[in-house]
Design a protein around this ligand. Sequence first.
Ligand code: IMP
Length: 178
Amino acid sequence: MPERPYVIDELISAKTIAARIEDLSREIAEEFAGTDKLIVVGLLRGSFVFIADLVRELDLPIEVDFLEASSYGDGMESSREVRILKDLRGAIEGRDVLVVEDIVDTGYTLKHVSGLLRARKPARMKTIALLNKQVRREVDFNADWVGFEIPDEFVVGYGIDFAQRNRDLPYIGTVRFT
Ligand code: IMP
């Protein structure tokens, strides 16, 4: 539980997010046109709202699976050590895979998870992140699709938490301590 009181300032509205997801879905459907069944892999827990909206816009046959990697804990800083807390249920060898992440910050999480999944020899693997904090990058990794470039601010909402709170906000907001 965060000890200091804070307020949340809206950064990206629910309407703007929905419009961007429509565009991204079209691009993804073009990229994977003709795929047998795309496996959409959500990285828990921050991507759960994004993946739910994305798959409902995607005009493709899909399966959904989830993977949980360790992240920030309850703090505001990346641990930079990525551990897999929950692995995929299914095999991905020879399959088309889309990995869905909420935010790429230092880049450690998505780089590590991509390497791990690539070693399982999918036919094709792409990554999408709703948000990208480019200035925070510490490793050489970029998602194939990014919803929004955002500044170096701590954000919450639309599935993203601060110490497990605020995931239920329909928009993305920045945390400001008062
Ligand atoms: P990275 O490994 O540093 O790229 O961190 C990625 C993960 O850190 C994301 O999936 C989020 O769980 C978490 N994260 C990064 N920035 C924020 C933020 O502003 N708010 C909440 N979680 C964040």
